[in-house]
Design a protein around this ligand. Structure first.
Ligand code: ADP
Length: 485
């Protein structure tokens, strides 16, 4: 689908972009992938393109609260198992793009996105159904944009599965949001892939197993990562894919995520107790902080440091208990911590136990809570991200938008977005994901907090930084357009 969008777009050719993803906010989100797929297509449409999202039909609240129409019904197979699938479309363009859900009974009709024993079968069947459907359209889309390993078999399948030959010349883009998870599946499951050119088996393989993320990196026309620093870091740390990343560097680039300011904006955020703009940042944040501190029994006169995220090693959540303990001792209780997250049970338990020791200075909510996350970005003074790996990181950008000083380890997207106060910036950076580095940084944070004027001008500065999607959208569109020539 190509047509001119008129003089105002300087005769730019409008493209039809199909995003295929396991997550999309607010339909289903487990982390940053959901935020990105819920926003990027919306802003691509605003730029005059036709971006659509295709994702599994999980049984989430969004499904039951919206109106749908059946777009297509088909039958295809996963290995020898024939299955029916249904594509439904959201009727009202509620999210600012056409949203299609793929229903496969017995596989996708679950409450959660991930974490089932048959995730391999679920996401393979999903990808096969998506291609089976698109293959029957009477036109071809301009780009298939895949996200992470759950959809990264698509670039291979359109090139080498005989059934999808017709789509063989449709450009594919793979965005790596997180290379830690790669979707590994044994060669005993190779029959799941619809009849394919077996000479190409090497493209599926990485270290004697089928590695969907590696297959996507090898076969996609272009590969993007969600920050330039992450692309560089992946050459020496990518959970086993380092040499592949270096090898495929010629077709790879980093494009930093933006933030969806229609969702993340303290001036309009309906989850806040008090909305605010840079001019009234101190007052606005104080009201939200007061509410948070009351809810979590914390002394509101202390600086409040929060952590929001998955409680996993990648985020260095395992160092949080020690880091909090040592910071509280070294600051003699003149600082508070609040944690929101869920993940590894061991870390969850330690964080819960800490509540008894430091009541009044520390609290935690173990679970996933979108509303609370917004309140914490608004009510906190500092947001801690000691991540071992951070491909882009959205939390620090949300924090800045809400006037909350990011305290981040210098890695990946954190390095690309946060400048230390010592370099005339607005954040606190540290080098190692250790309790020692965090404790030292908390000391620096408390000092910054005491200089009220300086703190306020930093807050105003960071709230005015432009993290909108426009810049990223332009970069993605240029990338797609290059593929068409
Ligand atoms: P990742 O995708 O690696 O988890 P990102 O920084 O890219 O990390 O995105 C994390 C997103 O998930 C943010 O929107 C953050 O607010 C949200 N989030 C993470 N954990 C929770 C939680 N327990 N409750 C609410 N929101 C959460």
């Amino acid at each position: 689908m190509k047509y001119f969008t008129g003089v105002f777009k300087f005769f730019a050719i409008s493209m039809e972009i199909i995003h295929i993803s396991a997550e999309c906010y607010p339909v289903a989100k487990a982390g940053g992938l959901g935020d990105v797929v819920g926003a990027l297509p919306k802003y691509q449409n605003k730029s005059g393109h036709v971006a659509k999202v295709v994702m599994p039909m999980y049984r989430t609240k969004f499904l039951y609260e919206n109106q749908w129409q059946v777009d297509h019904k088909g039958t295809t197979s996963l290995g020898s198992w024939m299955f029916d699938y249904t594509i439904i479309k959201e009727k009202t363009n509620k999210l600012g793009f056409d949203l299609y859900l793929v229903d496969i009974n017995g596989l996708l009709d679950r409450d959660r996105i991930y974490g089932y024993h048959d995730d391999t079968e679920r996401f393979m069947a999903f990808q096969i159904a998506v291609l089976h459907w698109i293959n029957q359209w009477d036109h071809k889309p301009d780009v298939l944009h895949c996200h992470d390993h759950h959809t990264s078999m698509i670039p291979f399948m359109v090139k080498y599965c005989y059934a999808f030959n017709r789509l063989g010349n449709v450009p594919t883009v793979l965005t790596i949001h997180n290379a830690q998870y790669q979707g590994w599946m044994g060669w005993d499951k190779s029959h799941y892939i619809p009849a394919w050119d077996t000479w190409k088996g090497g493209l599926l393989d990485w270290k004697n197993t089928i590695n969907p993320l590696a297959a996507g990196i090898k076969t996609a026309w272009k590969v993007t990562t969600v920050s330039s620093s992450y692309l560089e870091e992946m050459k020496w740390s990518a959970n086993g894919l380092e040499s592949l990343i270096s090898q495929e560097q010629f077709k790879s680039m980093g494009i930093l995520n933006g933030i969806d300011t229609e969702v993340w904006n303290p001036e309009t955020d309906r989850y806040l107790r008090e909305q605010y703009d840079p001019e009234i940042v101190r007052r606005g944040k104080d009201i939200n902080k007061k509410f948070l501190c009351k809810e979590f029994h914390l002394d509101e006169s202390n600086p409040l440091v929060v952590f929001i995220g998955r409680l996993v090693g990648e985020k260095a959540a395992d160092i949080l208990p020690d880091a909090i303990l040592s910071s509280l001792y070294s600051m003699q209780g003149n600082v508070n911590f609040l944690v929101l997250g869920n993940g590894e049970p061991e870390i969850e338990n330690q964080l819960v136990q800490l509540k008894n020791t430091f009541a009044g200075n520390y609290n935690a909510f173990i679970g996933y809570d979108e509303t609370l996350s917004h309140l914490m970005y608004a009510g906190a003074d500092f947001l801690l991200m000691p991540s071992r790996v951070e491909p882009c990181g959205l939390n620090q950008m949300y924090a800045m938008k809400y006037g909350t000083v990011p305290m981040v380890r210098s890695t990946g997207g954190l390095k690309d977005t946060v400048v230390d106060v010592g370099d005339n910036g607005w954040g606190i950076r540290f080098e190692q994901p250790t309790a020692g580095d965090v404790t030292y940084s908390v000391g620096r944070a408390v000092q910054v907090y005491q200089e009220k004027e300086k703190m306020e001008s930093m807050q105003q500065h960071m709230m005015n930084i432009d993290h909108s999607w426009q810049h990223s959208v332009d970069q993605y569109i240029n990338l797609y357009q290059d593929l068409k020539h």
